[in-house]
Ligand binder design. Sequence first.
Ligand code: FE2
Length: 192
Amino acid sequence: MAAHKDLPDYTVPSLTLQEGKDVAAILQERLHSLNDLALTLKHIHWNVVGPHFIAVHEMIDPQVDAVRAMVDATAERIATLGVPPRGTPGAIVAERTWEDYHLGRASTIAHLGALDEVYQGVIASHRKAAADTETVDTVSNDLLVGHLHELELFHWFVRAHLESSGGELSTSGASTERGAARKAESAAKNEA
Ligand SMILES: [Fe+2]
């Protein structure tokens, strides 16, 4: 009895209750990640300063809209699987496995460097979630792969600002947002 306590009462046809629960848990982490990303993108939209302000400020909003749509579809898929999605700020902060975004007011190029790092993390985890759902639930897998089409495109939009004409990324080798921001800023200064 106790072993079944946490199982949903129903899930989608052809999945066991345990499979429904497991897939929903994978999607729940992605829901936190996408909610966090949508908020972080708005924070960047408000805090970029300096040259290219309007271009970067305006580039971010369509990404926010797209990520919010991903949030909605992910939460509704969790509910469809028979599990209540958690979308409150407290749940995001308590359950996320990554740190809050590190930059406040900063230059466009510093934010783009840090955002390169953000997308790197979100996409890597999304790809792992897609791989982990591929066999058990092709519908959830398809949802995640659909997100990846857009997320990887947005990542390229960011990286195109950080790329030299030789195809080299100024953030190459960075492993933190602050480190990536510093590298992007110093490369931009050397170019000027
Ligand atoms: Fe705005």
